[in-house]
Design a protein around this ligand. Structure first.
Ligand SMILES: [Zn+2]
Ligand SMILES: [Zn+2]
Length: 83
């Protein structure tokens, strides 16, 4: 049995993460091919070099100097309306 740790918090299988590209003057085909939405359980295998910035932002690091990032898509139960 795996210990509960940080990864469960970040990569819950229920999470959805949306990849965003930073557009430069050149469009990178490698990164462009990764434009998609990923389940938390897919992140580690899809982006082995990812860097966690905080609980809702991950740098994808598709390749060195890659500036793409993943943003957590809120699940309906996570959305709270503040008056
Ligand atoms: Zn790229
Ligand atoms: Zn990139």
């Amino acid at each position: 049995m795996r210990q509960k740790g940080m990864w469960q918090t970040f990569f819950s299988t229920l999470d959805q993460w949306l990849m965003h590209m930073v557009f430069d003057e050149r469009t990178c085909d490698v990164c462009f091919a990764h434009q998609d939405e990923y389940a938390g359980s897919e992140l580690r295998s899809t982006f082995p070099y990812l860097e966690i910035e905080d609980e809702s932002l991950i740098y994808a690091k598709v390749h060195p100097h890659c500036r793409c990032y993943l943003v957590r898509s809120p699940r309906p139960e996570d959305i709270r309306y503040v008056e």
